[in-house]
Design a protein. Structure first.
Length: 194
């Protein structure tokens, strides 16, 4: 959320039209192109989409050095919120927890957006240790049967894996008496899950 001073600086820039007096209120950082699913609604990995995404397809992950540089720059622009997501699954980035720690260390409110299939005990503990603010899990199904329709070519047991990972996170948060990360369940409605 933008502070009052950010909103005033934004308004000042809009009124003059010459100079930006504030940076973006939030930034979405695309951390990886690698993915372990082929969601029907994904513009990058859907079996229904045949065009490649823009940019150099050989670059799979954002470099950690670039993340450090960007975090410093965003901080000087008074950006407060960082969303970690991507064309793929952020947990497939080999340094995702370093990225989270760097962003948190630079004072950002950090939300990680995931498909939830890789939420195992080690990753959940690392999430808690990293002080991640919010974990948004995109789950387009409410049963294994719906999951199979939404994620063609994947095991419908992934639905159970996601739910189990969320239960584990809730349990470990309770053990540590932690409120974070808060969990946001993202469930887009379409003709297959209505």
């Amino acid at each position: 959320m933008a502070t009052l001073s950010q909103k005033i600086r934004l308004l000042k820039g809009l009124l003059t039209g010459e100079v930006a007096y504030t940076g973006p209120f939030h930034v979405t950082m695309d951390v990886t192109r690698r993915c372990n699913l082929q969601c029907l609604g994904c513009r990058y990995h859907s079996p229904e989409v045949s065009r490649p995404s823009p940019g150099d397809q050989t670059v799979l992950d954002i470099s950690y050095d670039l993340v450090e540089k960007l975090c410093k720059e965003f901080r000087t622009m008074n950006t407060r919120t960082l969303f970690l997501m991507g064309e793929g699954e952020p947990f497939l980035h080999p340094r995702i927890f370093d990225i989270i720690s760097t962003a948190r260390g630079n004072g950002f409110h950090v939300t990680l957006i995931t498909n939830g299939t890789l939420l195992n005990r080690d990753r959940v503990r690392s999430l808690l240790d990293s002080k991640l603010d919010a974990l948004q899990v995109s789950l387009w199904a409410s049963s294994p049967e719906e999951y199979k329709q939404q994620y063609p070519g994947t095991d419908s047991d992934n639905f159970i894996t996601v739910v189990s990972g969320l239960k584990l996170l809730t349990s470990l948060k309770a053990e540590k008496h932690s409120r974070f990360p808060s969990v946001i369940l993202h469930h887009p409605i379409n003709r297959y899950n209505l």
